[in-house]
Design a protein around this ligand. Structure first.
Ligand code: SAM
Length: 295
Protein backbone atom coordinates (compact mmCIF):
# COMPACT_ATOMS: atom_id res chain seq x y z
CA UNK A 1 0.00 0.00 0.00
CA UNK A 2 2.74 2.36 1.00
CA UNK A 3 4.50 1.67 -2.32
CA UNK A 4 1.32 2.30 -4.28
CA UNK A 5 0.67 5.54 -2.45
CA UNK A 6 4.18 6.62 -3.27
CA UNK A 7 3.70 5.78 -6.94
CA UNK A 8 0.50 7.81 -7.03
CA UNK A 9 2.22 10.76 -5.38
CA UNK A 10 4.96 10.51 -7.98
CA UNK A 11 2.42 10.48 -10.82
CA UNK A 12 0.57 13.47 -9.34
CA UNK A 13 3.79 15.41 -9.01
CA UNK A 14 4.71 14.63 -12.61
CA UNK A 15 1.27 15.75 -13.82
CA UNK A 16 1.49 18.97 -11.80
CA UNK A 17 4.94 19.63 -13.22
CA UNK A 18 3.74 19.10 -16.76
CA UNK A 19 1.04 21.72 -16.14
CA UNK A 20 3.37 24.21 -14.45
CA UNK A 21 5.52 26.83 -16.09
CA UNK A 22 9.16 26.26 -15.14
CA UNK A 23 11.61 29.10 -14.52
CA UNK A 24 13.43 28.16 -17.71
CA UNK A 25 10.28 28.24 -19.83
CA UNK A 26 9.09 31.52 -18.28
CA UNK A 27 12.47 32.99 -19.10
CA UNK A 28 12.27 31.69 -22.70
CA UNK A 29 8.84 33.31 -23.07
CA UNK A 30 10.08 36.61 -21.59
CA UNK A 31 13.03 36.70 -24.01
CA UNK A 32 10.87 35.88 -27.02
CA UNK A 33 8.20 38.45 -26.11
CA UNK A 34 10.76 41.15 -25.47
CA UNK A 35 12.52 40.55 -28.78
CA UNK A 36 9.28 40.41 -30.72
CA UNK A 37 7.19 43.13 -29.05
CA UNK A 38 9.43 45.26 -26.84
CA UNK A 39 7.28 44.25 -23.85
CA UNK A 40 9.17 43.47 -20.66
CA UNK A 41 7.18 40.81 -18.82
CA UNK A 42 7.60 41.09 -15.08
CA UNK A 43 7.13 38.35 -12.48
CA UNK A 44 3.75 39.85 -11.61
CA UNK A 45 2.55 38.52 -15.01
CA UNK A 46 3.83 35.00 -14.46
CA UNK A 47 0.64 33.54 -13.05
CA UNK A 48 -1.44 35.07 -15.84
CA UNK A 49 0.94 33.67 -18.47
CA UNK A 50 0.92 30.25 -16.85
CA UNK A 51 -2.88 30.15 -16.71
CA UNK A 52 -3.10 31.22 -20.35
CA UNK A 53 -0.56 28.61 -21.46
CA UNK A 54 -2.38 25.84 -19.61
CA UNK A 55 -5.63 26.87 -21.25
CA UNK A 56 -3.97 26.92 -24.68
CA UNK A 57 -2.31 23.56 -23.98
CA UNK A 58 -5.67 22.06 -23.15
CA UNK A 59 -7.14 23.33 -26.45
CA UNK A 60 -4.22 21.67 -28.25
CA UNK A 61 -4.65 18.50 -26.14
CA UNK A 62 -1.21 18.86 -24.56
CA UNK A 63 -0.56 17.97 -20.93
CA UNK A 64 0.29 21.51 -19.80
CA UNK A 65 2.68 24.44 -19.96
CA UNK A 66 5.79 22.26 -20.03
CA UNK A 67 4.73 20.24 -23.07
CA UNK A 68 3.42 23.41 -24.74
CA UNK A 69 6.78 25.19 -24.32
CA UNK A 70 8.65 22.15 -25.60
CA UNK A 71 6.41 22.06 -28.68
CA UNK A 72 6.84 25.81 -29.27
CA UNK A 73 10.54 26.32 -28.52
CA UNK A 74 12.15 22.91 -29.21
CA UNK A 75 9.96 21.25 -31.81
CA UNK A 76 9.34 24.03 -34.33
CA UNK A 77 5.82 25.04 -33.26
CA UNK A 78 6.60 28.72 -32.68
CA UNK A 79 5.35 30.11 -36.00
CA UNK A 80 1.90 28.59 -35.38
CA UNK A 81 1.71 29.94 -31.85
CA UNK A 82 3.18 33.45 -32.19
CA UNK A 83 -0.18 35.21 -32.27
CA UNK A 84 -1.40 33.37 -29.13
CA UNK A 85 1.79 34.10 -27.21
CA UNK A 86 1.71 37.79 -28.11
CA UNK A 87 -1.95 38.13 -27.21
CA UNK A 88 -1.25 36.45 -23.88
CA UNK A 89 1.58 38.87 -23.12
CA UNK A 90 -0.31 42.07 -23.94
CA UNK A 91 -2.47 44.09 -21.62
CA UNK A 92 -5.47 45.32 -23.56
CA UNK A 93 -7.24 47.49 -21.00
CA UNK A 94 -8.90 50.45 -22.65
CA UNK A 95 -12.05 52.57 -22.51
CA UNK A 96 -14.06 55.02 -24.52
CA UNK A 97 -12.98 58.58 -23.63
CA UNK A 98 -10.07 57.27 -21.56
CA UNK A 99 -8.02 60.27 -20.37
CA UNK A 100 -10.79 62.56 -21.58
CA UNK A 101 -8.66 65.71 -21.44
CA UNK A 102 -6.87 64.51 -24.60
CA UNK A 103 -10.13 64.42 -26.56
CA UNK A 104 -11.17 67.83 -25.20
CA UNK A 105 -7.82 69.17 -26.41
CA UNK A 106 -8.35 67.55 -29.81
CA UNK A 107 -11.76 69.19 -30.16
CA UNK A 108 -11.04 72.63 -28.74
CA UNK A 109 -7.40 73.25 -29.71
CA UNK A 110 -5.98 70.88 -32.34
CA UNK A 111 -8.98 70.75 -34.67
CA UNK A 112 -9.61 74.52 -34.85
CA UNK A 113 -5.89 75.08 -35.46
CA UNK A 114 -5.83 72.57 -38.32
CA UNK A 115 -8.96 73.96 -39.94
CA UNK A 116 -7.76 77.55 -39.60
CA UNK A 117 -4.61 76.83 -41.57
CA UNK A 118 -6.23 74.94 -44.46
CA UNK A 119 -6.73 76.65 -47.82
CA UNK A 120 -10.28 78.03 -48.08
CA UNK A 121 -12.65 76.31 -50.50
CA UNK A 122 -11.00 72.89 -50.12
CA UNK A 123 -12.40 70.12 -47.93
CA UNK A 124 -9.57 69.05 -45.68
CA UNK A 125 -9.01 65.34 -44.95
CA UNK A 126 -7.68 65.00 -41.43
CA UNK A 127 -5.63 61.88 -40.64
CA UNK A 128 -5.47 60.34 -37.22
CA UNK A 129 -3.67 57.21 -36.01
CA UNK A 130 -4.33 55.23 -32.84
CA UNK A 131 -1.07 53.29 -32.67
CA UNK A 132 -1.88 50.81 -29.88
CA UNK A 133 -5.58 50.58 -30.52
CA UNK A 134 -6.58 47.55 -28.44
CA UNK A 135 -10.29 46.84 -29.12
CA UNK A 136 -10.79 50.14 -30.94
CA UNK A 137 -12.39 52.21 -28.15
CA UNK A 138 -9.70 54.90 -28.53
CA UNK A 139 -9.96 55.12 -32.34
CA UNK A 140 -13.76 55.27 -32.24
CA UNK A 141 -13.66 57.90 -29.49
CA UNK A 142 -11.49 60.07 -31.75
CA UNK A 143 -13.82 59.37 -34.67
CA UNK A 144 -16.90 60.38 -32.64
CA UNK A 145 -15.28 63.66 -31.60
CA UNK A 146 -14.28 64.42 -35.20
CA UNK A 147 -17.62 63.37 -36.70
CA UNK A 148 -19.58 65.50 -34.23
CA UNK A 149 -17.34 68.50 -35.01
CA UNK A 150 -17.70 67.96 -38.76
CA UNK A 151 -21.48 67.80 -38.38
CA UNK A 152 -21.49 71.17 -36.59
CA UNK A 153 -19.26 72.70 -39.31
CA UNK A 154 -16.97 73.86 -40.77
CA UNK A 155 -16.96 70.80 -43.04
CA UNK A 156 -13.98 68.49 -43.21
CA UNK A 157 -13.38 64.80 -43.88
CA UNK A 158 -11.33 62.48 -41.69
CA UNK A 159 -9.79 59.01 -41.56
CA UNK A 160 -8.71 57.18 -38.42
CA UNK A 161 -6.25 54.29 -38.57
CA UNK A 162 -6.06 51.91 -35.60
CA UNK A 163 -3.15 49.48 -35.31
CA UNK A 164 -2.24 46.88 -32.72
CA UNK A 165 0.16 43.97 -32.46
CA UNK A 166 -2.59 41.59 -31.34
CA UNK A 167 -4.53 40.06 -34.24
CA UNK A 168 -7.35 39.26 -31.82
CA UNK A 169 -7.65 42.93 -30.81
CA UNK A 170 -7.62 44.03 -34.45
CA UNK A 171 -10.49 41.62 -35.16
CA UNK A 172 -12.46 42.89 -32.13
CA UNK A 173 -11.87 46.51 -33.14
CA UNK A 174 -13.03 45.86 -36.69
CA UNK A 175 -16.18 44.15 -35.38
CA UNK A 176 -16.90 47.24 -33.24
CA UNK A 177 -19.26 45.40 -30.88
CA UNK A 178 -19.11 46.18 -27.14
CA UNK A 179 -21.07 45.35 -24.00
CA UNK A 180 -23.59 48.16 -23.47
CA UNK A 181 -22.01 48.99 -20.10
CA UNK A 182 -18.85 50.07 -21.95
CA UNK A 183 -20.45 53.22 -23.30
CA UNK A 184 -21.19 54.80 -19.94
CA UNK A 185 -18.26 57.25 -20.34
CA UNK A 186 -19.58 58.39 -23.73
CA UNK A 187 -21.55 61.69 -23.59
CA UNK A 188 -25.29 60.94 -24.11
CA UNK A 189 -25.61 62.84 -27.40
CA UNK A 190 -22.74 60.85 -28.94
CA UNK A 191 -24.11 57.60 -27.53
CA UNK A 192 -27.42 58.22 -29.25
CA UNK A 193 -25.84 59.14 -32.55
CA UNK A 194 -22.99 56.69 -32.94
CA UNK A 195 -24.12 53.40 -31.33
CA UNK A 196 -26.77 50.88 -32.34
CA UNK A 197 -28.37 48.70 -29.66
CA UNK A 198 -28.42 44.92 -30.13
CA UNK A 199 -31.73 43.18 -30.75
CA UNK A 200 -33.46 41.69 -27.71
CA UNK A 201 -32.40 38.11 -27.03
CA UNK A 202 -28.66 38.56 -26.60
CA UNK A 203 -27.53 37.19 -23.22
CA UNK A 204 -25.81 40.50 -22.48
CA UNK A 205 -26.96 43.83 -24.01
CA UNK A 206 -24.52 44.81 -26.74
CA UNK A 207 -23.94 47.91 -28.79
CA UNK A 208 -22.23 48.42 -32.13
CA UNK A 209 -20.67 51.48 -33.72
CA UNK A 210 -22.92 52.72 -36.53
CA UNK A 211 -21.74 52.11 -40.14
CA UNK A 212 -21.50 55.88 -40.86
CA UNK A 213 -18.76 56.13 -38.24
CA UNK A 214 -17.14 52.77 -38.99
CA UNK A 215 -16.50 53.81 -42.57
CA UNK A 216 -14.05 56.46 -41.33
CA UNK A 217 -12.05 53.98 -39.24
CA UNK A 218 -9.78 51.15 -40.41
CA UNK A 219 -7.72 48.68 -38.38
CA UNK A 220 -4.57 46.73 -39.17
CA UNK A 221 -2.03 44.60 -37.35
CA UNK A 222 1.24 46.41 -36.79
CA UNK A 223 4.19 46.04 -34.46
CA UNK A 224 5.50 49.30 -32.98
CA UNK A 225 8.84 47.63 -32.44
CA UNK A 226 9.20 46.95 -36.20
CA UNK A 227 11.97 48.85 -38.00
CA UNK A 228 9.50 50.91 -40.05
CA UNK A 229 5.78 51.52 -40.24
CA UNK A 230 3.74 51.22 -43.47
CA UNK A 231 1.79 54.39 -42.69
CA UNK A 232 1.56 57.84 -44.36
CA UNK A 233 4.02 60.50 -43.25
CA UNK A 234 1.56 63.39 -43.10
CA UNK A 235 -0.63 62.26 -40.20
CA UNK A 236 -2.20 65.13 -38.21
CA UNK A 237 -2.51 63.41 -34.83
CA UNK A 238 -1.02 60.19 -33.45
CA UNK A 239 -2.26 58.64 -30.22
CA UNK A 240 0.17 56.21 -28.61
CA UNK A 241 -1.17 55.83 -25.11
CA UNK A 242 -0.65 53.31 -22.35
CA UNK A 243 1.68 51.06 -24.30
CA UNK A 244 5.09 52.71 -23.83
CA UNK A 245 4.92 51.76 -20.15
CA UNK A 246 5.47 48.12 -21.17
CA UNK A 247 8.68 48.91 -23.09
CA UNK A 248 12.20 49.53 -21.80
CA UNK A 249 13.56 53.11 -22.12
CA UNK A 250 15.56 52.59 -25.36
CA UNK A 251 12.49 51.01 -27.01
CA UNK A 252 10.22 53.83 -25.75
CA UNK A 253 12.55 56.40 -27.24
CA UNK A 254 12.90 54.60 -30.60
CA UNK A 255 9.12 54.14 -30.93
CA UNK A 256 8.33 57.77 -30.14
CA UNK A 257 10.97 59.00 -32.61
CA UNK A 258 9.71 56.69 -35.37
CA UNK A 259 6.12 57.77 -34.76
CA UNK A 260 7.07 61.46 -34.78
CA UNK A 261 8.49 60.88 -38.28
CA UNK A 262 4.96 60.07 -39.49
CA UNK A 263 3.48 63.43 -38.46
CA UNK A 264 3.13 66.38 -40.79
CA UNK A 265 5.00 69.50 -39.58
CA UNK A 266 2.98 70.93 -36.67
CA UNK A 267 1.24 67.57 -36.07
CA UNK A 268 0.50 66.32 -32.55
CA UNK A 269 1.73 63.21 -30.77
CA UNK A 270 -0.35 62.17 -27.75
CA UNK A 271 1.12 59.90 -25.09
CA UNK A 272 -0.64 58.50 -22.02
CA UNK A 273 -0.61 60.77 -18.96
CA UNK A 274 1.84 58.49 -17.17
CA UNK A 275 4.07 58.33 -20.25
CA UNK A 276 4.51 62.07 -20.81
CA UNK A 277 8.05 61.93 -19.42
CA UNK A 278 9.16 59.90 -22.46
CA UNK A 279 8.32 62.82 -24.79
CA UNK A 280 9.83 65.41 -22.45
CA UNK A 281 13.09 63.41 -22.19
CA UNK A 282 13.34 63.58 -25.99
CA UNK A 283 13.04 67.37 -25.86
CA UNK A 284 9.63 67.45 -27.60
CA UNK A 285 7.46 70.53 -27.05
CA UNK A 286 4.62 69.69 -24.64
CA UNK A 287 1.42 71.73 -24.97
CA UNK A 288 -0.65 69.85 -22.35
CA UNK A 289 -0.06 66.71 -20.28
CA UNK A 290 1.11 64.03 -22.72
CA UNK A 291 0.41 66.18 -25.82
CA UNK A 292 3.40 67.17 -27.96
CA UNK A 293 3.53 69.41 -31.03
CA UNK A 294 6.13 68.24 -33.51
CA UNK A 295 7.98 70.66 -35.79
C1 SAM B 1 -3.24 48.91 -22.44
S1 SAM B 1 -3.67 48.87 -24.16
C2 SAM B 1 -3.87 50.60 -24.50
C3 SAM B 1 -5.03 50.86 -25.44
C4 SAM B 1 -5.29 52.34 -25.72
N1 SAM B 1 -4.18 52.95 -26.40
C5 SAM B 1 -5.63 53.07 -24.45
O1 SAM B 1 -4.86 53.88 -23.98
O2 SAM B 1 -6.72 52.83 -23.92
C6 SAM B 1 -2.08 48.51 -24.90
C7 SAM B 1 -2.19 47.92 -26.31
O3 SAM B 1 -0.90 47.95 -26.92
C8 SAM B 1 -0.75 46.81 -27.73
N2 SAM B 1 0.69 46.55 -27.93
C9 SAM B 1 1.60 46.05 -27.05
N3 SAM B 1 2.80 45.95 -27.62
C10 SAM B 1 2.67 46.42 -28.88
C11 SAM B 1 3.58 46.57 -29.97
N4 SAM B 1 4.85 46.21 -29.88
N5 SAM B 1 3.08 47.07 -31.13
C12 SAM B 1 1.78 47.43 -31.25
N6 SAM B 1 0.87 47.30 -30.25
C13 SAM B 1 1.32 46.80 -29.08
C14 SAM B 1 -1.46 45.70 -26.93
O4 SAM B 1 -1.84 44.62 -27.75
C15 SAM B 1 -2.65 46.47 -26.32
O5 SAM B 1 -3.81 46.31 -27.08
Amino acid sequence: MAGRAQLQDGADTAATHAGRLSDRDFSRICTFIHERTGIRLTHSKRLRIETGLRRRASVLRLSGAEEYCRMVFDEGGLAEEVAHLIHLATTNKTDFFRERAHFDFLETRILPEILATRPAGRIHRLKMWSAAASNGAEAYTAAMVLAAAAARGPRFDFAVLGTDISAEMVADATRAVYPASWIEPVPPALRERYFMRSQAGASEPLVRIVPELRRHVRFARMNLVGASYPVDRDVDVILVRNVLIYFDPPTQKAVVQRLAGHLRPGGHLILGHTEAAVGSALGLRQCATGIFRIG
